[in-house]
Design a binder for this molecule. Structure first.
Ligand SMILES: *Cc1c(COP(=O)(O)O)cnc(C)c1O
Length: 366
């Protein structure tokens, strides 16, 4: 029996998004951020499906990079997050590029390289104002002056914006550009700073490469012509019934029918990552029309009121995505849950299989 719900990823649309962004930022290179299971889209199938449109894949953790390499991805891989002692050896052996965000980590890696007799390919992370990770600019200059290039090959130097989505990047951009004029860092080949919002709104921040995640997946919708989401969540009606007026629905009876109505069950719940916050708030598309979720969302299922309209067991329900003229966007779901699209995309569990399709364009190529 196939699982009663699935996530559909349109790899053709994802490729069109990446090609569009590649043309926008050229001659800057395009690093595609595929951390957190490619924002829930599926790490390996996504990377393998788009490799020709990408110059580098960026991930958060060492094991994500190793999974890509073992799957046969040949483009350069960069680990953005912290790596621990055991992972350092593996990354050096595998020629995976990784981030040095403090002189202490630089010393650890240099020692590991000496021990192994093999240099490491590193990117130096600078903190220009996010206050999360990275060396301060003055520390970076000293680190670069003292860098033992026999063991640490500086492939890149980068920083990360805190407020690019509010289009507030000037201070961080200026601090990074100032640092890049210093002779100690001038010879580092790849200078990168912009995430999606930076790449879109602050062309000066594109530098040698952009690190794009959210925009490539198609969000926020309508920010750039030709960019569309490629993620849908679909299921099938698993049960149909007629409920009399005055009946409480689902756990806690938080919804009570005000008249006789048709109710269907959708076999998806918070155990799949479909948030309980959508209880009595969210909607689904059936036969291209929008219907309200009624009552509490359970771990494995929830209920939808059809009113007097028809739909039967086995028919497709779209929880996120398009059906007919209807659309339920990730942004809408995120707003209802009081969060951001990133968190919604990341939270769907392994229980929901990902299916990959190469749909015909729904909009002309730009
Ligand atoms: C996640 C991440 C990105 C991508 O951000 P988007 O807003 O999805 O484009 C870029 N750089 C770093 C360091 C990140 O952690």
């Amino acid at each position: 029996m196939p699982h009663p719900a699935w996530i559909e990823i349109d790899l053709g649309q994802l490729r069109r998004n990446l090609a569009r962004i590649g043309r926008l930022v050229a001659p800057a290179r395009l690093a595609f951020v595929v951390k957190a299971n490619a924002y829930g889209h599926g790490l390996v199938p996504v990377a393998k499906g788009v490799e020709e449109h990408v110059d580098l894949f960026a991930v958060a953790c060492a094991d994500e990079a190793i999974a890509l390499q073992e799957a046969g991805v040949r483009k350069p891989l960069l680990v953005l997050g912290a790596v621990d002692q055991e992972q350092i050896d593996t990354l050096i052996e595998r020629d995976i590029e990784f981030t040095i965000s403090s002189p202490f980590k630089g010393r650890l890696v240099t020692e590991a390289c000496r021990r192994k007799g093999k240099p490491a390919r590193i990117h130096i992370e600078v903190d220009t104002g996010m206050q999360r990770t990275g060396m301060r600019p003055d520390t970076t200059i000293r680190f670069c002056q003292e860098l033992d290039r026999r063991w640490l090959i500086p492939c890149g130097i980068y920083s990360h914006f805190a407020n690019a989505d509010q289009q507030d990047v000037q201070d961080q951009l200026a601090a990074f550009q100032q640092l890049l004029t210093h002779p100690a860092v001038a010879s580092i080949p790849l200078r990168h700073l912009a995430n999606s919002a930076g790449a879109l709104y602050a062309p000066a921040s594109r530098l040698d490469m952009v690190r794009v995640g959210l925009l490539a997946y198609g969000y926020p919708a309508g920010t750039l012509e030709g960019i569309l989401p490629c993620f849908s969540l679909k299921s099938r009606i698993s049960y149909f019934k007629v409920v009399e007026a005055g009946q409480g629905i689902s756990y806690g009876h938080t919804f009570v029918t005000d008249r006789r109505m048709r109710i269907v069950t959708i076999p998806v719940g918070y155990g799949d990552g479909y948030r309980r916050a959508l209880s009595n708030k969210g909607s689904v598309l059936i036969r291209g029309k929008r219907y309200p979720i009624v009552g509490a969302i359970c771990m494995d299922q929830f209920l939808v009121a059809l009113g007097d309209e028809e739909a039967y067991v086995g028919e497709e329900a779209v929880l996120i995505g398009r059906q007919g003229d209807g659309e339920i966007s990730i942004e809408e779901i995120a707003d209802l849950c009081g969060t951001i699209p990133y968190e919604i995309l990341c939270q769907f569990t392994e229980r929901i299989p990902r299916r990959y399709v190469d749909a015909v364009p729904t909009a002309p190529m730009v």
